[in-house]
Design a protein. Structure first.
Length: 518
C-alpha cells in the first residue's frame, strides 16, 4: 500500500469530474456515444453475443448470423443499427448485441492482456502477498501453453497472445467488447487524453469456464490461509464472481492509466484481489448492479482512505463516460446497461476463442467461414480439441517463435508425428492446409493404428495408395467427411467452415473432444 498521499476532498473530486467533462468540450459525451471512436469504425471485426437477425434497408430479414460468427462492420446506420458485411452480403444488425474488437477503434490504448498467457492474480494476507495459482490451460483467449508472469515484461510479451491485425498493420490482442461499452471507453479515454493520460487494459473478455476456475482457486486460497486474506470488509464473491462475470460477455475491462509508458499511481498493482485494492467503503460500495446509475459524487463520498489521486481521476473519467464501477476493485469498470441486456447469452461465449475467428479489413479475411485455414490454425484447433495436452522439446523451425499463439500446439503435434515441417528448418505456419492434410492430422491423433481400415474407394479421387487414403477412408466410415458427390477433393484448401464441420462430426462420431475447439 502507498501511504502519505494527499487526499482530495469530496468537493475537489466532484469539481474534478466536472472539469474533465468541460475539458473535452461541450456536448463531447453525446458526440463520443454517437460514434466518436479514435479510429474509423469501417473495417472493424464484429461478433454477436447471440444469433443476430440480418436485415435489408427496408428492415425485412435476409438471414441470421450465429453467435460468435465474425463479420465486418461497415459503419453505423442509425442509433440502433450497424451496417455490416457477412459472407459477401451487406445488411444491418441490432447494435445492442454486437461485440467489436476494441483495438480496431481505439488503437492507441495500450493492451497487455496478461491472461492470454498466464495468471498475475495475487492476494494480500496478514503475512504479505501470495500468488493465486490458476491452472487456466486453454481458458484464456489464445492460450499458448506457457504459464509465465508477463507483468512488467512488455518487451518479452510483445507478441505473446497477439495476432496480426490487418486493419492496424501490427500484431495486437483481440479484445471483444460490447459496442456500447466501446463507446463509453472511448469517451473516457478522450477525457484522460485531455489530461495527458492514456489507458492500459490488462483484462477484458474471458471465458465463463475461467471465471469458475478463478472463483474456486480464490476460495481455496482463502481456506488455505485460514481466512487471513485481507478483504477490506468484503467477501470473496466481490473479487471473483462465483457464476457469471461481466467479463464473460465482453462488457468489462480491468484498466489502469499511464503517462507516457509509466503507470499511474494506483493503490496496488493490477489484480491484487484483496482489501488493499478496494475502491469504495463496504458500507457504500456494492456490486456493479447496485452502483448502476450512481453519479461520480456518490463514488467520491465513499472512496476508501487509501485511494490515490490517480485512481480517483480514472474513476471520474469512467463514471462520467457512463461506465459503472465495482466497489471491491479500483481497476474494474463495466457497461452495466449492456450487461443487463446480454447477461442471458453468456453460455454462447463460455468457451469461445475469438482471436481464432477474427476477420481482417480486407476481402478473404483470415478467420471468416469460407476463407482458408492455415497450418498454424489447423494445428492449434486440433490441440484445443485434444484438450491442450502438455508439450515438450525444442522446435527446429526458424519461423515459429515461442511468442506465437500456436508455438506449443506445433511442438505437441510435431512430437507426436501428427504433422511435420515444410522443411527441416521451417514450418510455414501461414501456408494453407489441404482437406487431405487436415483429415490426416485428425486420423493421426484420434485414429486407432491397430484398427483395420478399408481403403476401398469411397471417393473416386482418392487412390488406395495415396498417403492420405487411410485417413480419408477412416473419416468417411465415421461420417466425418461431408462430401456426397463421390469426390473428396483432397488437394483443395481447407476452409474455416470445413474445419469446424470436420471437428464437430468427429465429436458426433463418438470420439471424445475437448469443448474448447472452434
Amino acid at each position: 500500500m502507498r501511504t502519505g498521499k494527499r487526499e482530495y476532498s469530496v468537493f475537489y473530486a466532484i469539481i474534478l469530474a466536472f472539469a474533465v467533462q468541460c475539458l473535452a468540450g461541450a456536448g463531447f459525451l453525446l458526440r463520443a456515444r454517437a460514434d466518436g471512436f479514435s479510429a474509423e469504425l469501417s473495417g472493424t471485426t464484429g461478433w454477436g453475443t447471440t444469433s443476430l437477425a440480418m436485415y435489408q434497408e427496408d428492415m425485412s430479414q435476409i438471414g441470421t448470423i450465429e453467435a460468435k460468427e465474425p463479420f465486418r462492420i461497415l459503419g453505423r446506420y442509425n442509433e440502433n443499427l450497424l451496417q455490416i458485411e457477412y459472407n459477401g452480403t451487406t445488411g444491418y444488425v441490432d447494435i445492442g448485441n454486437v461485440l467489436i474488437n476494441l483495438p480496431d477503434v481505439e488503437p492507441d490504448i495500450i493492451y497487455n492482456l496478461t491472461n492470454t498467457s498466464g495468471s498475475v492474480f495475487t492476494a494480500t494476507t496478514e503475512r504479505g502477498t501470495t500468488n493465486l495459482k490458476l491452472s487456466i490451460f486453454g481458458e484464456q483467449l489464445y492460450y499458448n501453453g506457457d504459464v509465465l508472469d508477463f507483468y512488467d515484461k512488455t518487451s518479452v510479451a510483445d507478441k505473446a497472445g497477439k495476432v496480426w491485425n490487418e486493419k492496424l498493420g501490427r500484431y495486437e490482442f483481440i479484445v471483444p467488447i460490447l459496442f456500447t461499452a466501446a463507446e463509453r471507453i472511448s469517451a473516457a479515454r478522450a477525457m484522460a487524453a485531455a489530461d495527458g493520460f492514456n489507458f492500459k487494459i490488462y483484462d477484458a473478455y474471458r471465458t465463463n469456464t475461467a471465471t469458475h476456475l478463478m472463483s474456486s482457486s480464490f476460495n481455496s486460497l482463502y481456506e488455505q490461509t485460514g481466512g487471513s486474506l485481507v478483504l477490506g470488509g468484503y467477501d470473496t464473491s466481490f473479487f471473483v464472481a462465483s457464476a457469471l462475470s461481466a467479463h464473460n460477455i465482453g462488457c468489462a475491462i480491468d484498466v489502469t492509466m499511464v503517462r507516457g509508458l509509466e503507470e499511474a499511481d494506483m493503490p496496488t498493482k493490477m489484480h491484487v484481489l484483496s482489501g488493499d485494492a478496494v475502491l469504495l467503503n463496504a458500507s457504500g460500495g456494492r456490486m456493479a448492479a447496485d452502483l448502476y446509475g450512481k453519479p461520480y459524487s456518490y463514488y467520491a463520498e465513499n472512496f476508501v482512505a487509501t485511494m490515490t489521486d490517480d485512481a480517483k481521476r480514472m474513476c471520474a473519467y469512467m463514471i462520467e463516460a457512463g461506465m459503472t464501477g465495482l466497489g471491491s476493485e479500483w481497476w474494474h469498470f463495466q457497461d452495466q446497461a449492456g450487461y443487463n441486456r446480454n447477461s442471458g447469452y453468456y453460455s454462447n461465449l463460455a468457451t469461445w476463442y475469438p482471436c481464432r475467428l477474427s476477420v481482417s479489413a480486407g476481402d478473404g479475411a483470415s478467420g471468416s467461414p469460407e476463407t482458408i485455414t492455415t497450418r498454424a490454425d489447423a494445428v492449434y484447433q486440433l490441440w484445443a480439441a485434444a484438450g491442450f495436452p502438455r508439450s515438450e522439446g525444442d522446435l527446429p523451425f526458424t519461423d515459429v517463435s515461442v511468442y506465437d499463439y500456436y508455438y506449443n500446439a506445433v511442438r505437441w503435434a510435431v512430437s507426436k508425428g501428427i504433422i511435420s515441417g515444410s522443411s527441416s528448418s521451417t514450418f510455414s505456419p501461414n501456408d494453407a492446409i489441404t482437406r487431405a492434410g487436415f483429415l490426416n492430422m485428425l486420423y493421426q491423433n484420434f485414429g486407432n493404428p491397430d484398427e483395420a481400415v478399408s481403403v476401398a474407394g469411397a471417393f473416386e479421387d482418392v487412390s488406395a495408395n495415396a498417403w492420405y487414403s487411410i485417413a480419408v477412408q477412416w473419416a468417411a466410415a465415421r461420417g466425418i467427411t461431408e462430401e456426397k458427390s463421390g469426390k473428396f477433393r483432397p488437394a483443395a484448401v481447407l476452409t474455416q467452415r470445413q474445419m469446424h464441420e470436420f471437428l464437430t462430426r468427429t465429436g458426433q462420431a463418438g470420439i471424445s473432444l475437448d469443448a474448447n475447439f472452434l
